[in-house]
Design a protein around this ligand. Structure first.
Ligand code: HEC
Length: 111
């Protein structure tokens, strides 16, 4: 009876692997920085990085943003809060050029 157990497991592994690869290509990375790994873990749990990449906020606004996300459930170590605020406000300040969203090929051709 090993087949009955093995087949769903094998199929599950294939699907899980496909989803991981799909996820990696579909989601852009946060920029390099000292808290990139922690921010990726804490901040892409509920939404992808794009919602962050497109922000252009002052440090005060980033402070509110990070605190709001923590209130909503983001897991940020108290010791990392200020580092994360610095990281986001350095990378996504108000005077940075606007974010240009990647388009799929089908959207590109229409104008
Ligand atoms: C517990 C889930 C959760 C986590 C974890 C989380 N967010 Fe969010 N975030 C949300 C929700 C919900 C929204 C509103 C989404 C929407 O409008 O589609 C949001 C929206 C945002 C926005 C858009 C502006 C706004 O306030 O609506 C930014 C920027 C953002 N999050 C940044 C972050 C950062 C930075 C982190 C890590 C510190 C983070 N998020 C972690 C749930 C989360």
């Amino acid at each position: 009876m090993w087949k009955l157990r093995t087949i769903p497991f094998a199929a599950g592994t294939v699907i899980a692997t496909a989803l991981v690869f799909w996820g990696q290509t579909a989601q852009p990375d946060l920029p390099p920085g000292p808290v990139k790994a922690k921010a990726t873990t804490a901040c892409t749990e509920c939404h992808d990085a794009r919602i962050i990449l497109q922000q252009r906020l002052s440090k005060a606004a980033w402070t509110k943003e990070v605190d709001k996300m923590v209130k909503w459930g983001a897991v940020v170590d108290a010791a990392d809060r200020d580092l994360m605020i610095d990281y986001f406000s350095t990378n996504f300040p108000p005077d940075k050029a606007p974010y240009v969203a990647e388009r799929s090929a089908s959207t590109k051709s229409k104008k």
